[in-house]
Design a protein around this ligand. Structure first.
Ligand code: GLU
Length: 311
């Protein structure tokens, strides 16, 4: 075992494009948080979205992480570790088991809304459209039969009345969502597994103790905590970090080509890229070149801002 197995963190990228500086920040923050405790850093590829995921991107993400000096202790495409495989498209049995557990509790119902279905395989980020309110839970058996003749349904999980849209974040403190929680899609009509089910089932199976990720997933956390309860699984702690934004305030995305790692690699060393991100997130007074290892003694959540960071 490489690190202290009491602390287990993870980086869970979706292989849908090249890494950009925002992804570097997410990887670095989860690495620093768990490595500063001497723990284990797990790499899991979240390739559930059949339309957008590519194995070549997963390979490039691994090359980029190694170039940056962010070496994982467990996981990756070669499935190093005791809780593999570490590629979600190879873990359908785990999701099947969680799905069955919810079905056995009579918590699943068919949903015929196409938009919620389409969005379900990816983590919902800020700019993604929100699923609309849905009344499928209240359909009678007869109405469901009629609907089924028109289209295949996805599966949603009924959340209990007691599920609250709030939780205590390790960095932001008390989060309170604006609306009541909505029942999540757990399996798409085409059979693809949904992010909200898979992320919970996998983090639990991989014995992850701390989730560190960008604050656009703050609002997914109460839902995931409700899923942990329903599946009767122990939940990790959650700490979110601010996002890197483009000059107009948008979260960095695939369109910001100049900040893609393949462009940055042409002009900068790995230490320069890490130094840039470390300075942006408040860990160093200047953007001087630095390695992840050298950053460890400087890491402290108290230095991390809460507002998003404009580059
Ligand atoms: N795979 C998700 C993404 O890349 C991250 C999910 C998570 O960290 O929970 O957006």
């Amino acid at each position: 075992m490489v690190g202290n197995d009491i602390y287990r963190g993870r980086f869970a990228p979706s292989p849908t494009g090249r890494m950009h500086l925002g992804n570097v920040m997410a990887a670095l923050m989860s690495w620093l948080s768990v490595k500063s405790k001497g723990g284990v850093w797990v790499l899991r590829h979240e390739d559930l979205d059949p339309e957008r995921s590519r194995l070549t991107y997963a390979q490039q993400i691994e090359d980029d992480l190694l170039w940056l000096g962010l070496t994982w202790d467990e996981g990756g495409l070669d499935n190093r570790g005791d809780y593999g495989p570490y590629v979600q498209s190879e873990r359908y049995e785990v999701f099947e088991e969680a799905f069955k557990r919810l079905a056995d509790k009579a918590l699943l119902y068919p949903c015929f809304c196409t938009r919620a279905d389409r969005l379900a395989a990816s983590a919902p980020h800020l700019t993604d459209p929100k699923p609309l309110p849905c009344h499928c839970f209240f359909l009678t058996e007869e109405e469901r039969e009629t609907m089924r003749k028109e289209r295949t349904a996805s599966w949603k999980c009924r959340l209990p009345e007691t599920a609250r849209n709030t939780f205590e974040d390790g960095h932001y403190g008390l989060f309170v969502g604006e609306e009541a929680l909505r029942d999540p899609v757990v399996r798409r009509a085409d059979g693809a597994w949904a992010y909200q089910l898979a992320v919970v089932a996998d983090d639990a199976k991989m014995k992850i103790t701390e989730v560190v990720r960008g604050c656009d997933l703050l609002s997914s956390t109460p839902l995931q905590l409700a899923m942990y309860d329903l599946l009767e699984l122990p939940a990790p702690t959650f700490s979110h970090h601010p996002l890197l934004c483009a000059a107009d305030g948008r979260r960095l995305c695939k369109r910001d080509v100049a900040l893609h790692l393949d462009e940055l690699k042409k002009q900068h060393t790995a230490k320069e890229v890490i130094g840039l991100v470390a300075h942006a997130i408040g860990l160093t007074p200047e953007p001087q070149p630095i390695s992840p290892q050298e950053l460890l003694p400087l890491f402290n959540w108290n230095k991390i801002p809460k507002n998003n960071i404009i580059l």
